[in-house]
Design a protein around this ligand. Sequence first.
Ligand code: NAD
Ligand code: WQD
Length: 337
Amino acid sequence: MTVLVTGGTGYIGSHTCVLLLEAGHDVVVIDNLSNSSEKSLERVEEITGKKATFYKCDILDTEGMRKVFSAHKIDAVIHFAGLKAVGESVAIPLKYYDNNITGTLRLLEVMGEFGVKKMVFSSSATVYGVTDKMPLTEDLPTSANSPYGQTKLMIEQILTDLCVSDDSWKITLLRYFNPVGAHESGKIGENPRGIPNNLMPYITQVASGKLAQLSIFGDDYPTKDGTGVRDYIHVVDLADGHLKALDKLDAQKGVEIYNLGTGVGYSVLDLVHAFEEANDLKINYKIAPRRPGDVTVCYADATKAARELGWSAKKNVVDMCRDSWRWQKNNPNGYEA
Ligand code: NAD
Ligand code: WQD
């Protein structure tokens, strides 16, 4: 089928493009390049020997999207495009609401006009808010503690309401846990602008000498070693979840929600030590105060995705650490020469 991938030059999008092309799909990407480089798609072509068609296009640009939908007979959309930095969303909430929510509304409007009514949407474990109920199941109540989280919650609601209003829409909400790792070729990976917010890119930049020291945000949480626990998932496994969701869309009624995680929690110190062992390196770190807004523990119950999509994570923490480091080592400045 022909799949439109919004945000397809980004971290998760580019890995998903690889799997889509390898599975024989035609891939059309739209991205405004606000947080990515078009070069990622050249690398996707190097990996797969196949080309995705790229349009530099904003999801706020209704006319621009109409041109893309006119030029291709799109069967389904995987919707990654969005701003994702939690801290930044607190500082500039209107930009996040406009970009993520208005952008999604415009995309849906154009999809409706062209009769394209199948979508897989990037949601996030952040919609579970603060809860002690672990592992997290899809039926738990949701809440948000940042404007970014609000955008994911609101978009989930919008997509649900749309499916209720018109049963010809079929939409899958995928709630990602903590994506890390990179394609094993070392050609594509996460390419944060400026100082990374997230743990794994911070670790890899300390390993490469680009950053001097990792600050571990808190060692007084009620966990086995006092540091926060997360469900890290390899980005290639995550990308595969999108293909599985796409395969099931035809048979689906309305909205479905799936957690994409491994179901296993690792502490910050676990991940640092796993990285050191997997790559035979030492990570310089210190203990720093807790980061405001962080939850203590967060990991998935991913059995619904296993049962209904036939999906489960295959890669382990060693793969995550080796692949993250290979990408960073081979591309110290990301996609820039
Ligand atoms: P990313 O920033 O690498 O990719 C997002 C892409 O969307 C970027 O290429 C960016 O340029 C593009 N984009 C942003 N606004 C746009 C707009 N208005 N029009 C067109 N393109 C636009 O991020 P990612 O990690 O690949 O995340 C992809 C999606 O998954 C996002 O929606 C994010 O919120 C969600 N998600 C990410 C994580 C994570 O930790 N990486 C976790 C949960 C959910
Ligand atoms: C992981 C752990 C930190 C950096 C975020 C978003 C979430 C989702 C995934 C989009 C925590 C600790 C981190 C550092 C550290 N994104 N840490 N030092 O916060 O679980 O999730 O990304 O939807 O919405 O909130 O991920 O990688 O930032 O942190 O000690 O320099 O690492 O405190 O325990 P998080 P993270």
